[in-house]
Ligand binder design. Structure first.
Ligand SMILES: NC(=O)c1ccc[n+]([C@@H]2O[C@H](COP(=O)([O-])OP(=O)(O)OC[C@H]3O[C@@H](n4cnc5c(N)ncnc54)[C@H](OP(=O)(O)O)[C@@H]3O)[C@@H](O)[C@H]2O)c1
Length: 274
């Protein structure tokens, strides 16, 4: 039986869709709101802050697609600790970690992912390190930019860029890894790293709305978010992600999506067209 956490989210629901499409009928959707799980799959209540619910929800699983949690870094790490503590030692855990995992990373979420990866070391596991989601980038930054015609972000001036990956490609690859009970480390990225200018050009071509990239400084970006009333942790999360982008920590594109699934990941333009 394959369990999927975050089953009501973008990645988790996609994994379930791909598993069902592959003909699997032994799928359990783990969610804190089981009523929000799409029909056609067994839903189990699993709240990361309720260890008893986790123990019940994990019963009988041999494989767990552990989609990382969200919120502050401390919340995320606590949720992951609770989940792994409740999970039997033989369950094969496929965990969505982050591409920017190096110990010297200053990305806000990196220490939490490092801690979770370490907790998995002594059990069957697969570390699935993802680049920045195309969907996340589009919904968080592109929607506003297309209204003003300007993508003003601290992505730097040119290379190295970001290997944006569509959530559906991540979900497809996670489903394949769950079926194969893949072990080791996999990097899930788009086909190539795109600079700010290339992201704007892809959006212009795909959406038919002219968009220009303008690099801005880290301090100006942080000040903009603060003026919008964003909380300190979110400002740090976004700004530190862009710093990692400028440092080339989200630029790798090693081709693991195609190696694992036989089909290449979609480009950012293709994602936007769809
Ligand atoms: N690489 C990237 O660019 C990027 C960007 C954003 C996030 N992420 C990470 O990737 C993960 C998956 O992304 P996504 O787009 O699928 O996120 P999403 O759509 O926001 O889904 C997050 C899931 O986590 C669940 N969740 C949150 N708190 C929970 C709790 N206490 N107990 C049980 N479930 C809880 C949510 O449940 P509800 O539906 O009940 O809220 C939802 O199902 C995120 O959670 C985050 O760790 C990565």
């Amino acid at each position: 039986m394959i369990g999927i956490t975050g089953a009501t989210g973008g990645v988790g629901s996609g994994v379930i869709r791909h598993l069902l499409a592959a003909g699997r009928d032994d799928v359990a959707a783990l969610a804190r709101r089981p009523e929000a799980v799409p029909a056609g799959v067994a839903a189990r209540r699993a709240d990361y802050d309720d260890p008893a619910s986790l123990a019940d929800a994990l019963r009988g699983l041999d494989t767990l697609v552990m989609v990382s949690s969200d919120g502050t870094a401390e919340t995320m790490a606590r949720h992951h600790r609770n989940l792994i503590a409740a999970c039997g030692p033989d369950v094969h855990i496929i965990y969505t970690s982050i591409l920017d995992i190096a110990p010297d990373s200053r990305f806000y979420y990196s220490p939490g992912h490092q801690e979770t990866e370490a907790l998995l070391a002594d059990r069957p596991h697969c570390l699935v390190r993802t680049s920045v989601f195309a969907d996340f980038f589009a919904s968080t930054w592109l929607a506003d930019a297309t209204r003003t015609g300007e993508l003003a972000l601290p992505l730097g001036d040119g290379a190295p860029g970001t290997s944006l990956v569509a959530r559906d490609d991540v979900a497809r690859a996670l489903a394949a890894a769950a079926i194969a009970r893949t072990q080791g480390v996999i990097d899930l990225t788009g086909p190539a790293a795109l600079t700010g200018g290339e992201i704007a050009a892809a959006a212009t071509a795909a959406l038919g709305t002219p968009l220009q990239y303008r690099p801005i400084e880290d301090a100006d970006y942080r000040a903009m978010l603060a003026a919008d009333g964003e909380p300190a942790w979110l400002i740090e999360a976004y700004a530190s992600m862009f710093r990692s982008v400028r440092e080339g920590r989200f630029a790798a594109a090693p081709g693991d999506v195609e190696r694992l699934t036989g089909t290449p990941p979609m480009s950012f333009a293709e994602y936007l067209r769809r």
